[in-house]
Design a protein around this ligand. Structure first.
Ligand code: C2E
Ligand code: MG
Ligand code: MG
Length: 544
């Protein structure tokens, strides 16, 4: 019997010792009533009437009444006994159920923790857990004054395999690669899938660089045998970059970045693996170094926001702005989001970036509201944000803190963002939309989904991608696509917005076709926050 069970049961018994149970009280009352009635009856039979003397006489002389007088004690003991048995049984039932509930809570906590820290496809640790383990490994290596290594592995030509054979093949290949990696490394070494076709392996205890090179060669050999994926046989190679602690970096960020630089060299030189060499930095593409710098950029506030006005055609009013992020890089100048957003998505920094954009964007709209400038705000959201369970609390918290109504916020998601994991995205979008937040499908037409496909989602707006809009006057196919999206969107009860409106004739054509919202350089380029109030008063001249 566990301590907990024992405690519950002995508490029940203790309780019964200090107070009378209902059964005991009823038993005693019935017994006392029976004694009174019996005594009166005896008195009546012996003296022809009921008198006090007769009652006293009956009690003194009638042996049956003496026995009956013992009944209240019997009932009291019986009542307490029955109640204690019932209390015991109820207690035991509660203990059983509590134990079961506890087991369920522990199991679901364990499952949730596993999901947060593991990659769904391969069941390997994800980037979050890997970074944590890497920090720990660095800590231990530092304390014990010995080296350790980080390997970054990228599957060669994975994109081609994925594009030509399809995602099912790609997914299955990644699972098989993960299985072979797991079988090759030691139990103490962590393998993680850090995104796409990239794996990271932490070797926490090596004696020198030859150990890391040997592991890399072993991994290369393990991947040599062909992969059977459905009915295809694939020859796959990988490129591995090696960075050593402390030689190539003392922090997790530095080691990961340097392993990636080395991996890029291995890929370029088709040599399987390469050890980091600082001289390689010049040869590595800008994206590799930028990826490593992005975290610092966020911490040092090197990012800033621009706001592009969205015209409400019917109201002839700019009632919304789209927030667009920029990076003021100390050496490269302003870097556009098309370059750094994919990096943020690949390195898992996007959640941090989205939080930053939401916080600053929402604050800015609240600030305008204080100046009597009322604007809605639209924010671009990535797939990883939608899979982040904290997103809901973060957004609703920010809206409340800045006294913004949910209806003032539009979240722009692309079709592919939704399709990465439709069930999960749908549940998050439903929760958000239920508060009044609007959901817009960005860059519509560039993905593979149909509008009907998306109609199950709580979508209030579609944005036609600028690639169809910008040349719609010359390209009749694009003009037809734009028209079809407007009609279908309206039939499904959605608003239709066009982006990329960069000249007056496109503006007139789209307004004529019944577009609800328009956005583009002709109507307004992305502006700094302090340019918006002045611009709002002059920008409408083109519209009226
Ligand atoms: P998007 O969400 O489709 O944003 C519209 C993009 O089209 C913006 O580019 C905008 O400047 C540009 N644009 C609008 N009108 C015109 C026009 O008339 N002509 C031309 N040539 N371009 C026009 P931007 O700011 O470079 O952003 C590019 C993409 O980067 C965005 O596309 C969005 O997908 C992504 N992005 C920007 N900021 C963020 C962010 O904070 N978070 C996320 N997740 N993505 C962002
Ligand atoms: Mg957008
Ligand atoms: Mg767009």
């Amino acid at each position: 019997m566990s301590d907990f069970t024992f405690q519950v049961l002995s508490d029940n018994v203790k309780l019964l010792k200090t107070s009378a149970s209902k059964y005991a009280v009823y038993g005693v009352l019935i017994a006392v009533a029976a004694i009174i009635i019996a005594t009166c009856l005896v008195s009546y039979y012996e003296q022809g009437r009921v008198t006090l003397d007769g009652i006293i006489q009956a009690q003194k002389t009638n042996v049956a009444l003496w026995l009956l007088n013992l009944a209240p004690f019997g009932f009291a003991v019986w009542g307490q006994y029955v109640s204690s048995i019932m209390a015991f049984k109820a207690g035991a039932m509660i203990v059983d159920q509590t134990t079961e509930l506890r087991a369920q809570v522990v199991a679901s906590e364990r499952k949730a923790k596993h999901e947060i820290t593991h990659d769904r496809l391969t069941n390997l640790p994800n980037r979050v857990l890997m970074e944590d383990r890497l920090e720990q490994a660095i800590h231990v290596a530092q304390r014990e004054r010995r080296p350790m290594a980080v390997l970054t592995l990228d599957v060669d030509q994975f994109k081609e395999i994925n594009d030509t054979l399809g995602r099912d093949h790609g997914d299955r290949l990644l699972r098989q690669v993960a299985a072979r990696l797991t079988a090759t490394v030691k139990d103490t070494e962590t393998i993680s899938r850090s995104g796409g076709d990239e794996f990271t392996i932490i070797l926490p205890s090596i004696t020198n660089e030859s150990d890391a090179i040997e592991t890399s060669a072993n991994i290369g050999n393990a991947l040599k045998a062909a992969f059977d994926i459905f009915d295809s046989t694939l020859d796959v190679r990988a490129s591995i970059g090696i960075a050593l602690y402390p030689e190539h970096g003392m922090s997790a960020d530095d080691l990961l970045q340097h392993a990636e630089v080395a991996m890029y060299v291995a890929k370029k030189e088709k040599c399987g693996y390469a050890l980091y060499d600082p001289r390689q930095e010049d040869k590595s593409p800008r994206r590799v170094t930028l990826a490593g710098e992005l975290r610092q950029a966020l911490e040092r506030n090197q990012l800033f926001l621009k706001y592009q006005p969205k015209l409400n055609v019917r109201q002839k009013k700019f009632s919304e702005v789209e927030v667009l992020a920029r990076w003021q890089h100390p050496r490269h100048g302003v870097i556009e989001p098309d370059e750094f957003i994919p990096l943020a998505e690949r390195t898992g920094l996007i959640k941090l970036l989205t939080s930053w954009v939401l916080k600053n964007g929402i604050r800015q709209v609240a600030e305008w509201a204080r100046q009597d400038i009322n604007l809605n705000i639209s924010v671009n959201i990535s797939a990883q944000d939608l899979h982040d369970d904290d997103l809901y609390d973060r957004i609703t918290g920010l809206l409340a803190a800045n006294q913004l109504r949910a209806e003032q916020l539009v979240l722009e998601v692309t079709e592919s963002t939704i399709m990465v994991d439709k069930e999960r995205a749908m549940s998050m979008l439903n929760r958000l939309a239920a508060t009044g937040i609007k959901i817009s499908v960005d860059d519509f037409g560039t993905g593979y989904s149909s509008l009907a496909h998306l109609s199950a989602l709580p979508i209030s707006e579609v944005k036609i991608d600028k690639s169809f809009v910008m040349d719609m006057l010359e390209n009749s196919t694009h003009a037809k696509i734009v028209r079809a999206i407007i009609d279908l969107g309206h039939n499904l009860g959605m608003k239709v917005v066009a982006e990329g409106v960069d000249d007056p004739s496109i503006y007139r054509r789209l307004a004529g076709l019944g577009c609800d919202g328009l956005q583009g350089h002709y109507l307004g380029k992305p502006l700094y926050a302090d340019e918006i109030p002045g611009w709002l008063s002059t920008g409408l001249q083109k519209v009226v």
